[in-house]
Design a binder for this molecule. Structure first.
Ligand SMILES: CC(C)(COP(=O)(O)OP(=O)(O)OC[C@H]1O[C@@H](n2cnc3c(N)ncnc32)[C@H](O)[C@@H]1OP(=O)(O)O)[C@@H](O)C(=O)NCCC(=O)NCCS
Length: 174
């Protein structure tokens, strides 16, 4: 999937933040992305997003793996899958040392712009109910919590289904 750079630069989230370089991941990024998923997202759940699975989704035309590059390294990544009329954010993480600098917002802006370019206006994702940081982050970006899914991650850990309608106008006066 190709993106018009101008479309990304016009995204409203990017008006508020310094813009790191966001691009599609390349094969060599897979081990780092998988390790970040294991350590920052999948703690306590078992490692499902291994390097080979990351490589598989990179080859999938319906999925984008985006990375934030800083120097030689990756400070964050996001994986979004596109379906006919919705997109699903599968993973998102930013290096703990690089948080609160707008990198997560820039990754989401890139992925949202890609979804719109593909004609998809609804984005869904799930977060752990106890992940207050992620819930605050998505709330700030205009995402709405729509459902609690009991035992989504394990018998004792609930998930929150979160969504954003990219075509709806943001509330005024905020
Ligand atoms: C959630 C995450 C991706 C946010 O990345 P980030 O680069 O720090 O996010 P940003 O800097 O773009 O934050 C944008 C806004 O979101 C909100 N926000 C972000 N992190 C927050 C936190 N820990 N607590 C409260 N609000 C937070 C703030 O409003 C922030 O703006 P501000 O810094 O000007 O106050 C990052 O914390 C992370 O990787 N967490 C671990 C993995 C994870 O939970 N992934 C999501 C799973 S669904």
């Amino acid at each position: 999937m190709t993106l018009a750079f101008g479309a990304i630069r016009r995204h409203p989230l990017l008006a508020m933040i310094a813009t790191p370089e966001i691009s599609l991941a390349v094969r060599a990024d897979a081990p780092r992305i998988a390790a970040m998923s294991r350590d920052l997202v999948e703690q306590g759940l078992g490692w499902r997003w291994t390097p080979s699975r990351i490589l598989r989704v990179m080859r999938d035309r319906a999925t984008n793996v985006a990375v934030a590059r800083e120097g030689e390294g990756i400070s964050g990544f996001g994986i979004m899958q596109y379906k006919d009329d919705e997109a699903h954010l599968l993973l998102l993480a930013v290096d703990p040392m690089r948080r609160r600098k707008g990198i997560g917002s820039a990754l989401m802006a890139w992925l949202e712009t890609t979804a719109l370019t593909a004609g998809t206006g609804c984005i869904y994702l799930e977060a752990r109910a106890r992940n207050a940081e992620a819930r605050a982050f998505y709330g700030r970006l205009g995402y709405i919590e729509i459902l609690t899914v009991r035992g989504l991650y394990s018998n004792s850990e609930d998930g929150i289904r979160i969504a954003k309608d990219l075509w709806s106008k943001p509330p005024s006066g905020g």
